[in-house]
Design a protein around this ligand. Sequence first.
Ligand SMILES: Nc1nc2c(ncn2[C@@H]2O[C@H](COP(=O)(O)OP(=O)(O)OP(=O)(O)O)[C@@H](O)[C@H]2O)c(=O)[nH]1
Ligand SMILES: [Mg+2]
Length: 302
Amino acid sequence: MLAASGEGKTTFLSSMDDNIRRDLASSIGLNLTLDSQLAAQLDQNREKLIASLGKGTITYFDGIQSTEAVATYPLEISHKNSEPFLVVSFNDIPGNWITDATEKVVKFIQESSVIVIPIDSSAVMNDMQDCKANVQNLLQVLKLGLEKNSDTKLVLFIPTKCETYLVNDTLTKDLTLKIFEVYQKIFDFLGLQENLKSALIPIQTLGNASFMYHKKVQLIHTNTEVWKPVFSVTQRNQYNPQHIEYPYLYLFSFIFEQYYLKRKKGLIGFFRNLFKELHYLKLTNERLHSRCLNYSNLKVLR
Ligand SMILES: Nc1nc2c(ncn2[C@@H]2O[C@H](COP(=O)(O)OP(=O)(O)OP(=O)(O)O)[C@@H](O)[C@H]2O)c(=O)[nH]1
Ligand SMILES: [Mg+2]
């Protein structure tokens, strides 16, 4: 997970509840296990987000707190009654690391096969000043992390806080155009890299919230002032995330494709293929991918 503070990294990961995990597991026809303590941590975050829908408005101080240390969530994938053959680890880093601990972020980029970049849609749509600096800082770490990259990687952009914009085709199109405008330099850079796949998948992790305005808030630990969005709650106590399954389906489809390509290499791969040992990987990749195509706002960039 890679983005400046407040763009929605932890919120997105916290949306991966039991239902999403079960849906994913049944889509891939395999078992999917997350350590119970880590699952409880995600549940706790989600409870806080749900609680933020209990009042009329949501400000920066509601919901979940800024991440202070990296958190890792390994999902173990296995066939029934056997040991995991693949572990997909999600890393949730503190957003300020992009500027304050660049080397660590660059290492994460180098070692990750999927880079998920949440984009605060309310900031982009309202031309907030921070956007420019955030895009510039992000570009900087992406350049350092990807310059000598030889693996195939997926860069997944997930515009968050989209409740106000995914209401009709015109506004959805405006959002996409605005993201292309603000993130232009990053898209241009990624366009020049080999071995990269990329897609844009807008989501809303709260639902039932409507953007109102930006308010200046004081961050105590860094003693800085920043503009943060305020949302009105359209239906109280109703947590109603939308489209959040698509980024997960898309990235799993990619991971299975890469795993399949790796396993079928060489002579051993030839025999694995011959005995149809890899058939389910290919099939799963295709099945997940075709489910993603049901979401009309999903844009495959490359
Ligand atoms: N309305 C709405 N609010 C969202 C959405 N995603 C995130 N938020 C709000 O944004 C706040 C900050 O999101 P976080 O997930 O903590 O952001 P982060 O990227 O993890 O930030 P750091 O941990 O500081 O790097 C949350 O508490 C939510 O209130 C969304 O899809 N819709
Ligand atoms: Mg966080």
